[in-house]
Ligand binder design. Structure first.
Ligand code: SF4
Length: 496
């Protein structure tokens, strides 16, 4: 499935978006002697640039010079929000950054991150990737009027700042430590959260006990970096050290990296990161995302073989699996669809009007490659199915003799409550139709999805260490029955 940028020009329902990830988070600490330079804000800018695929709605950076925190954020892509002159004003030696796609709260400036709260002895700036499932329960701990925005992240920030305000002195400097606030608040938070936050002197990173969303620690020659994906470490020249452990809180300052455990780890990493969400040049739990996708393609070829002349991907997310499929099937691989590489992701993704502009951006068939051929077209996932339907029609119009669709994930039949805005179950085509019914709906000659077992095998991660709820409905972090019931009710209504 395509990202928001390379959408087809025809026949696509503007609501048929690819799954959107919640966010990208990034943080950097360098020695205080570097405070005068804008180095940390520039490193954060490049880190966010590498994580842009995780959220294109807003971007922000908070910087501390040791005495005060300055936050700059706005709607838009990282390169639209920041320029050289803005970055030059963000001077300090600690920074956190964020690129956002809204999964809770509306796409407004107030909900952009980093969120910031004043405390009695300074401030707290926080970034979050994931989605809490007990936000209302947590918000009930706050005084009325304490919230200025509508996100789970704002609730967390207010709680951490509030706990910091009410807590006792816990450092040699006589200041309240955010470590203690986090150790008190985080065990009460349920859901997915990879957090990067800071006060004036310390950079913090924390990951939920399930470790649903990725978060890694890297080392600079002089300093430390935390980021959603290893690809962001590569881009700023940081060496990968290790993953932040599920249930772990890291504090980074001039004394190095300190680790505390606020909960026992119950690893349930998101399987969909391997399918679509993460960059192919990222490594999660020691497994290359690109290698996983190629291996999924090989396994897909063995599970769903078909006689054909050419294997093509839907660029670019279907490419590694198409390469693997072609290799295993012994069928030539080629480019049958050309994506306009100069089209960025559409600005402010969730806006209907802007999304419709995005749809007009071209993905063009290469007629001379396609004409008369029996094609296998490989895509990463099907959400609502409208994009694939348009691709099949476009390929037929370009002269394809046959169009066989192969999908490198199992049918997405359940919503995600942990930070990906899959549609409700009623809107998911696989939540309502059988594979054969989906094939008919797409107009394909055949349709094959990789099985869940084969996808898990390709990831080389144990099944019990993965969240795979959008495929099998088994939610590793219990979801409020009301929420599940709502989705089930919607399905029931659709069917009746
Ligand atoms: S439900 Fe799917 S997308 Fe959401 S965390 Fe689990 S595997 Fe990932």
């Amino acid at each position: 499935m395509l990202h928001g940028d390379g959408r087809l020009s025809q026949d696509i329902d503007p609501t048929d978006r690819s799954p959107q990830d919640a966010c990208g988070v990034f943080g950097v600490w360098v020695p205080a002697s570097e405070t005068g330079a804008a180095e940390v804000s520039k490193l954060t800018y490049y880190g966010l640039y590498a994580l842009q695929h995780r959220g294109q709605e807003s971007a922000g950076i908070a910087v501390s010079d040791g005495a005060r925190i300055v936050v700059f954020k706005d709607m838009g892509l990282v390169a639209q929000v920041f320029d050289e002159s803005v970055l030059n004003t963000l001077r300090g030696h600690i920074a956190v950054g964020h690129c956002r796609y809204s999964t809770t709260g509306s796409p407004t400036w107030e909900n952009a991150q980093p969120t910031f709260r004043s405390t009695e002895d300074g401030g707290l700036a926080l970034t979050h990737n994931g989605n809490l499932i007990n936000t209302l329960e947590l918000a009930a701990r706050l005084e009325p009027g304490q919230l200025t925005a509508t996100t789970d992240t704002e609730v967390l920030t207010a709680l951490l700042a509030g706990a910091r305000r009410s807590g006792g002195d816990s450092s040699a400097l006589g200041r309240t430590s955010p470590d203690d606030a986090a150790m008190e608040i985080l065990p009460a938070a349920r859901g997915a959260y990879s957090l990067v936050f800071m006060d004036e002197r310390t950079l913090y990173a924390a990951r939920d006990p399930e470790g649903v969303r990725p978060l890694v620690l890297g080392r600079l020659e002089r300093g430390w970096v935390v980021a959603s994906e290893t690809a962001a470490l590569d881009i700023v020249g940081a060496a990968f050290v290790r993953e932040v452990e599920p249930g772990e809180l890291l504090a980074i300052d001039e004394n190095g990296v300190r680790s505390k455990r606020f909960a026992q780890p119950r690893p349930k990493g998101c399987l969909f990161e391997y399918v679509y969400l993460a960059r192919p040049d990222t490594t999660i739990s020691g497994r290359s995302v690109h290698a996983t996708r190629v291996e999924v393609g090989r396994r897909l070829a063995r599970e769903h073989p078909v006689e054909a002349d050419l294997v093509i991907p839907t660029p670019e997310s279907g490419t590694p699996a198409a390469i693997g499929y072609a290799e295993a099937a012994g069928i030539p691989y080629g480019q049958g669809l050309v994506k306009n590489s100069y089209v960025g992701r559409t600005f402010i993704q969730p806006s209907q009007t802007i999304r419709q502009l995005g749809i007009r951006l071209k993905l063009n068939p290469l007629r001379e490659v396609i004409e008369g051929k029996r094609l296998i077209v490989v895509d990463d996932s099907i959400v609502r199915g409208n994009t694939q339907r348009a691709i099949v029609r476009m390929l037929r119009e370009a002269g394809a003799a046959e169009v066989h669709v192969r999908i490198s994930s199992p049918p997405v039949a359940w919503p995600c409550f942990y930070g990906i805005d899959f549609a409700t179950r009623a809107e998911l085509i696989a939540g309502n139709l059988s594979v054969e019914e989906i094939r008919t709906s797409l107009g394909a000659d055949s349709l094959g999805f990789i099985s869940l077992d084969e996808l898990i095998a390709a990831s080389q991660i144990g099944k019990d260490r993965l969240c795979r709820a959008c495929f099998d409905g088994e939610y590793p972090i219990p979801v409020d029955e009301g929420s599940r019931g709502k989705h089930l009710l919607e399905v029931a209504n659709t069917r009746s």
